[in-house]
Design a protein around this ligand. Structure first.
Ligand SMILES: Nc1ncnc2c1ncn2[C@@H]1O[C@H](COP(=O)(O)OP(=O)(O)OP(=O)(O)O)[C@@H](O)[C@H]1O
Ligand SMILES: [Mg+2]
Ligand SMILES: [Zn+2]
Length: 505
């Protein structure tokens, strides 16, 4: 027998088997029991929450030969035929695949013909928002003068796309996202009855990621089951679904809050090297920040999507250190980056940039006066010294410079550690046009000269190309703290003015 996806095997066949949607289930079941059906129902709500399932249960219940207490028996020939899709009087129309005009025209012609097989004709129109205007108009005509023995069930995920003329002729039911415990319980039942062993945290992870959709939850379980039918662990779930470990994101956020730039660059590098996708990382960070925001506002009761048991401890700690507005800003930043990643080649750079920018967001105001050597990876960035007022632009610029410098150092480190050791004694002065200036203090002649050698220079060039997607001419120059006594530096100052150099691009 062909393998049937779990979500299909586990389609509820009776009102009683439907998880959640209590009000809808009760109302429908009562109207069957008391024979108070209306002509048109509209089911709206998120994907995989039971709309089509309930439409079919309703179709069975009204046609069942031994209907009991509003429930279909699932045994009589009507029930069985409906279950197998062979019942002439239950007509399913998928508005998504054919925009419907032919079907609706056909429907208008045949709708007045009495049921051939059963008691009522039931038209289930799925994804009804996809109908063309023409088809909607045709449908409206039918709804305006509904034939006696016909029931319409319209289902949609996008209620706002349904014309009000249609809405006003339907009895409306809103389907809700299923809760975590509801999904979790169902997953456990399904797993157990299929003999699938699992860690609780593995199923909890799936449940969280399903975002209230039962079909998605079962679909994920299916994917895992076909990968491994012995014992499903949390790691399996992460691996098979290509998810980023929430604990990893929690730790990464810790580094962001601590402004540990080196750790950030390091962790991102590791994740990407392990084959995680930049876009996925950005998405999961956004989810985590969403959880953090929720936790900050709601506290322990928050229903979290990303954070599992272990990362809750992080969340708790972090929520005390961050304020709502900054979390929102960070969320916006990471979402913007998510967009940019789709159109960019320099994934790593964009990702690092946004995390380092977030770090800047959470830190005390920037105090770098432009003359201190920026911290190199391996040290935390220096912040929290005295700040001169009115230097905001410059602080921003220093931030950007620091981000770029850290990125450059990290890139070089990845290619060759000795080169990194040399370069990290320098300082990025800035770029102008197609030239980048990297300064060394006088005592670092050895470092400067080594960096000027072909091998080392090529490494820097390569990293710059990765960052900017173009080549820059790199000049290594001397500077001695406030004393710009090197010819080249003097030139640079003539060029850019005292207020050293801007980073563009
Ligand atoms: N409320 C629910 N209770 C139990 N199982 C459910 C429920 N909702 C969805 N499922 C599971 O998900 C599968 C798909 O559900 P269904 O087709 O009813 O969703 P839907 O709301 O129509 O989704 P879509 O909007 O994508 O068409 C079902 O076969 C069942 O396995
Ligand atoms: Mg459906
Ligand atoms: Zn029956």
């Amino acid at each position: 027998m062909a393998y049937l996806a779990l979500y299909r095997v586990w389609r509820p066949q009776k009102f009683q088997e439907v998880v959640g949607q209590e009000q809808t289930v009760t109302a429908l079941r009562n109207s069957v029991r008391e024979n108070r059906l209306t002509h048109a129902y509209l089911f709206s709500g998120p994907r995989g929450t039971g709309k089509t399932s309930l439409a079919k249960i309703l179709a069975k219940a009204v046609n069942c030969e031994n209907q009991q207490d509003g429930e279909p028996c699932n045994i009589c020939s009507s029930c069985q035929d409906i279950n197998n899709g062979n019942f002439m009087d239950v007509i399913e129309i998928d508005a998504a695949s054919n925009r419907g005009i032919d079907e609706i025209r056909d429907l208008r012609e045949k709708v007045r013909i009495l049921p051939a097989q059963g008691k009522k004709k039931v038209y289930i129109i799925d994804e009804v928002h996809m109908l063309t205007t023409e088809a909607f108009n045709a449908l409206l005509k039918t709804l305006e003068e509904p034939p006696e023995s016909v029931v319409f069930v319209l289902a949609t995920t996008e209620l706002h796309k349904i014309p009000s003329t249609i809405l006003s002729r339907c009895q409306k039911y809103n389907f809700r996202r299923l809760t975590l415990p509801q999904i979790n319980t169902r997953l456990k039942d399904v797993a157990k009855s299929n003999g699938i062993k699992f860690d609780d945290e593995a199923l909890a992870l799936i449940a969280r990621r399903a975002n209230g959709g039962m079909r998605d939850a079962l679909g994920m379980l299916d994917q895992l089951y076909s990968y491994k039918d012995s014992h499903i662990t949390r790691e399996d779930v992460l691996e098979v679904l290509g998810l980023v470990d929430d604990l990893f994101v929690a730790r990464l956020l810790d580094a962001v809050i601590e402004q540990d730039c080196a750790a950030i660059v390091d962790m991102l590098g590791t994740a990407l090297n392990q084959g995680k996708e930049a876009g996925q990382l950005a998405r999961e960070t956004a989810l985590y920040l969403r959880d953090l925001l929720l936790y900050t506002v709601v506290g322990e009761q928050a229903e979290l999507v990303m954070a599992g048991e272990q990362s809750r401890t992080y969340l708790k700690k972090q929520s005390r250190k961050m304020d709502k507005n900054n979390i929102l800003r960070a969320l916006r930043m990471i979402m913007d980056t998510g967009e940019k990643l789709r159109f960019s080649e320099s994934h790593k750079f964009l990702l690092e940039l946004v995390y380092l920018e977030m770090a800047a967001l959470f830190g005390p105001p920037e105090t770098n006066t432009g003359n201190t050597v920026p911290a190199s990876p391996g040290h935390k960035t220096q912040r929290g010294k005295s700040e001169k007022p009115g230097k905001v632009d410059r602080a921003d610029r220093n931030d950007a410079r620091e981000v770029l410098w850290n990125r450059l150092l990290a890139g070089v480190k990845e290619k060759k550690i000795p080169t990194h050791a040399l370069l990290s004694q320098g300082k990025l002065l800035g770029t102008k046009g197609d030239t980048m200036f990297i300064g060394f203090r006088k005592g670092y002649k050895f470092h400067k000269e080594r960096m000027e050698e072909k091998g080392n220079r090529e490494i820097v060039d390569a990293v710059i190309k990765e960052i900017f997607s173009k080549e820059l001419d790199v000049q290594f120059i001397f500077f001695e703290d406030k004393q710009y006594n090197d010819m080249v530096v003097k030139k640079a100052i003539e060029y850019f003015g005292e207020d050293i150099i801007d980073i563009k691009d």
